[in-house]
Design a protein around this ligand. Structure first.
Ligand SMILES: *[C@@H]1O[C@H](CO)[C@@H](O)[C@H](O)[C@H]1NC(C)=O
Ligand SMILES: *[C@@H]1O[C@H](CO)[C@@H](O)[C@H](O)[C@H]1NC(C)=O
Length: 366
């Protein structure tokens, strides 16, 4: 009797312990289920790692105007590591990890702009993270936006491309949308970046040799857009979507486009008059040439609410829908000018002001 009682008591205390453990675990699970999603609606493997990359030709010639832009990433992404790459750092990355790319970029690219386009695809392929041009300002945590975008699309994206303002795509290029490479966020080894970097050398050399006189015009950086920049990305992305071998639900191969209203809401101020002029022309031709596709695209855009974006000014609240802005591209066009800027950004000072956060990549690879 005593024995059974003791056994019973022992078993009872074991059960109590088990109960306590189970209750604790389920309470913890409830907490995670209830409050986890508040912080991040949709977490999945294959998200871009916490790195921010920016680039310049060399540390001594960054115009001082870029300082608040660089700082905006450091302050709004406190847990991200910030890397500022120079041309020599980028060439070193290619030589060390992609020797065939070090070769073809030297042989086939014609300007600093073309090189900076191509280098950023290899940079994200190798390290992953966020890439932003130096005239792209962070307003809020970009990963929060990317998660919410993935959540709304129910797609676990491993690579997000920025998008040009729709007014640029429609009125300057006659396309319904256009990716931007001024802002991108990808996981390392993403299959779209592999696709782009694998096909680029052939694409650049074929197109360049097909068009006589193209070599000279490319020297000034004209053509970067179609050979290595947004127009190339537009073609490659459509090709990639058609030929994709893996499941779209696999983040290592799915690509999402960031919405321009949230990440690139303002048009290039130097193009604003041209954009307005194109709208006037498209609307006046509307009844004459209704069936011409690009004109119909333009006229429809200009008659719709989207055209209001042409008048939005950087730094001012947007009219209409009160959506949040996470980043903005100010199209400063200062980056690779031939003239040395009169006032330069002191990169070592920036690095000293954010101890342990900034890596200046000139010689040694991180
Ligand atoms: C670069 O590539 C070209 C063409 O494939 C080849 O002929 C040349 O030897 C390569 N150069 C170097 C330094 O590897
Ligand atoms: C840049 O900042 C560093 C550290 O704050 C300072 O030692 C250096 O003299 C500055 N360089 C220039 C060119 O002002």
């Amino acid at each position: 009797m005593r024995l059974t009682c003791l056994q019973w008591r022992r078993r009872n205390s074991q059960q109590q312990l088990l109960w306590a453990l189970l209750t604790g675990a389920s309470a913890l699970l409830t907490l995670v289920v209830l409050f986890g999603p508040l912080q991040s609606p949709f977490r999945y493997w294959g998200r871009p790692p916490p790195l921010v990359h920016q680039m310049c030709s060399d540390l001594g010639s960054i115009p001082r105007q870029y300082r608040p832009y660089a700082e905006s990433w450091l302050t709004s992404h406190p847990r991200h590591r910030y890397l500022l790459w120079t041309d020599s750092g980028l060439r070193r990355l290619l030589a060390r990890h992609y020797p065939e790319a070090a070769n073809w970029t030297r042989r086939l690219l014609r300007s600093r702009l073309e090189f900076s386009d191509v280098a950023r695809y290899y940079l994200l392929l190798h390290y992953g993270g966020i890439y932003a041009d130096l005239d792209v300002r962070a307003r809020r945590q970009l990963p929060a936006y990317l998660d919410s975008l993935a959540n709304r699309k129910s797609a676990a994206c491993g690579c997000y491309l920025g998008q040009e303002p729709v007014a640029h795509a429609v009125l300057l290029f006659g396309l319904p949308w256009l990716p931007s490479n001024a802002l991108m966020a990808c996981s390392p080894g993403h299959s779209f970046l592999r696709f782009v970097t694998d096909l680029l050398p052939l694409y650049v050399s074929r197109r360049a040799s097909a068009l006589p006189g193209e070599g000279e015009s490319r020297l000034g950086g004209f053509g970067a857009n179609k050979y290595t920049g947004p127009l190339m990305l537009y073609r490659f992305l459509r090709k990639f979507e058609r030929q994709r071998q893996c499941k779209p639900s696999d983040p290592s191969c799915s690509v999402c486009l960031m919405e321009p209203e949230a990440t690139m809401p303002y048009v290039d101020p130097s193009q604003r008059d041209l954009l307005r002029e194109r709208c006037r022309a498209a609307l006046s031709r509307r009844s004459l040439l209704p069936s011409l596709t690009s004109n119909a695209l333009r006229a429809n855009f200009c008659a719709g609410p989207g055209a209001g974006a042409i008048d939005w000014l950087a730094g001012t609240p947007r009219n209409g829908n009160g959506g949040m802005v996470f980043a903005e591209h100010d199209f400063l066009h200062l980056a690779y000018g031939n003239r040395r800027p009169s006032q330069v950004l002191n990169a070592s000072q920036l690095s000293a002001e954010y101890p342990g956060r900034v890596t200046l990549v000139t010689e040694e690879l991180p």
